[in-house]
Design a protein around this ligand. Structure first.
Ligand SMILES: *[C@@H]1O[C@H](CO)[C@@H](O)[C@H](O)[C@H]1NC(C)=O
Ligand SMILES: *[C@@H]1O[C@H](CO)[C@@H](O)[C@H](O)[C@H]1NC(C)=O
Length: 448
């Protein structure tokens, strides 16, 4: 009784003021790191049900800032973390966009302009941030002096920067087959057509096309459970944008990327995002590891500052190699061992991350990288993923090779007289032309 009463005011505080800003000083830097905690709009789940919802114009830190971390977790109405074996967080994704002032955005609208990351999957994986079950124990901190730029005042006339959040969660309380529900096995969802009413492709037995919004995974006949009101609570750490922050480019590689675009399909992509792991023949192969590899080209080079992979249950590690075979980053899943939120047995609760020593993971323009994703094939898995997310710092003074960002003055600050004497003016004119050309491509609308 007493506890219950305590929770009500706590919840009111939580929901009415969804933002707490607590400045703290970064280690020895003198720049104040601010922390904001927000709640998504509520979503409702009963045993076996699925939400896959897009929330537009979510609460987000405003102003010209450098993002340092982004993490989230599912909580209930009382603010308690919900374990993955009750609500499986398939994924959450945060995308940046320009929305018209005073307009309420919605899926499928052509009124807003997505601002996608630097690549490289066409028409998909456009997010700035995105994780799944591993969100509680995956480090997303960007070391100093780097940051992901947001709130740059330079937006098209009549627009303002906004953020959208996609949450895909599956309630697996009382289901017949927990792993099957989280792997979106079509038979458990009793689904024969996808979200758009199209028949499932031949041989498609599991994946996102079978666990779309408002589908239902099979529960045990006698199980009853209450409808729950849940939130994604997300924490953003950031600093004010200052001249000394070095901006990072975001790239997301996908091990299913074939580099081929099926023709005729408008929103086609070379990245399939999901794939299937067939069970091994335990008599002929003793290790039962499914190794998937692909080669991808990084359009512009630079230093990898941070790397992390995304895998699903069954994943045993992922790696990124340079063109000459150097290991650039390895990311290994951490599985839970218990019952509590953040340590759920059988689930990936974290991914290890890479922070290469400055300059040690350098990539040339157009370099071909190899992405490797390993899964255990001791049993079949459907709808698995092998993504690799990297943050790249482009060379700072390469005026001609680099797509220029707004404050080119900053680059000039230290050596302006040398550069001016050395024909910096020519470079600036070239860069200006380049930027105008690029600007248009960046504002391209892609939403499917
Ligand atoms: C599965 O779907 C069919 C039609 O789509 C329906 O008739 C049937 O009752 C469903 N089965 C279950 C177990 O929900
Ligand atoms: C993937 O599996 C192969 C074959 O077992 C192994 O050689 C490689 O080191 C593994 N890579 C990672 C990142 O686990």
């Amino acid at each position: 009784m007493f506890h219950r009463q305590l929770h009500v005011p706590l919840l009111t505080v939580l929901i009415s003021s969804t933002c707490f800003v607590t400045p703290r000083l970064a280690e020895g830097e003198g720049i104040s790191v601010k922390t904001s905690v927000f709640l998504s709009p509520p979503f409702f789940l009963h045993p076996g049900s699925v939400v896959n919802t897009y929330y537009f114009d979510i609460p987000f830190p405003r102003g010209h800032i450098a993002l340092k971390t982004f993490n989230g977790e599912v909580i209930d109405e009382n603010g308690n973390p919900v374990p993955l074996h009750e609500t499986y967080l398939h994924h959450w994704v945060v995308e940046r966009y320009y929305g018209q002032k005073g307009i309420k955005d919605e899926p499928g609208s052509s009124k807003f302009i997505l601002v996608r990351n630097s690549g490289i999957c066409k028409n998909t994986l456009r997010q700035y941030y995105g994780l799944g079950s591993e969100t509680r124990k995956t480090d997303t901190w960007v070391p100093d002096p780097y940051g992901i730029e947001a709130g740059n005042p330079e937006v098209p006339d009549g627009y303002e920067e906004k953020w959208l959040l996609n949450v895909h969660a599956i309630d697996t309380r009382g289901v017949e087959d927990r792993l099957g529900c989280t792997e979106c096995k079509c038979s458990l969802y009793n689904v024969t057509v996808d979200e758009f009413g199209q028949p499932l492709p031949e041989g498609y037995i599991g994946g996102l096309r079978c666990c779309y919004d408002r589908t239902q995974c099979r529960t045990k006949p006698d199980f009853t459970g209450i409808m729950r009101k849940l939130y994604l609570r997300y924490t953003v750490k950031w600093v004010e944008w200052v001249a000394s922050v070095v901006p990072l480019e975001i790239y997301i590689f996908d091990v299913t990327d074939t580099g081929q675009y099926p023709s005729g399909l408008q929103a086609s992509s070379s990245c399939k995002v999901e794939y299937m792991v067939s069970p091994c023949d335990s008599l002929s192969s003793y290790d039962c590891v499914n190794v998937k590899k692909t080669k991808v080209a990084l359009p512009r080079g630079g230093d990898i500052v941070y790397g992390v992979a995304h895998q699903h249950t069954g994943g045993i590690g992922s790696a990124l190699y340079s063109e000459d075979g150097r290991l650039l980053c390895t990311s290994i899943p951490l599985y839970g061992n218990g019952d509590t939120a953040g340590d759920e047995a059988g689930y990936i609760v974290g991914m290890s991350t890479c922070y290469p020593k400055p300059g040690s993971a350098n990539i040339k323009n157009g370099e071909i990288l190899t992405v490797v994703s390993n899964y255990s094939s001791a049993q079949m898995h459907t709808g698995v993923m092998g993504l690799f997310y990297v943050l790249v710092a482009e060379p700072r003074n390469a005026f001609l090779s680099q797509r220029l960002r707004d404050p080119w003055f900053i680059e000039l600050e230290d050596n302006w007289w040398v550069l001016l004497l050395a024909g910096g003016l020519v470079a600036l004119i070239a860069a200006f032309i380049h930027r105008r050309r690029n600007g248009r491509e960046d504002y391209q609308l892609v939403f499917n």
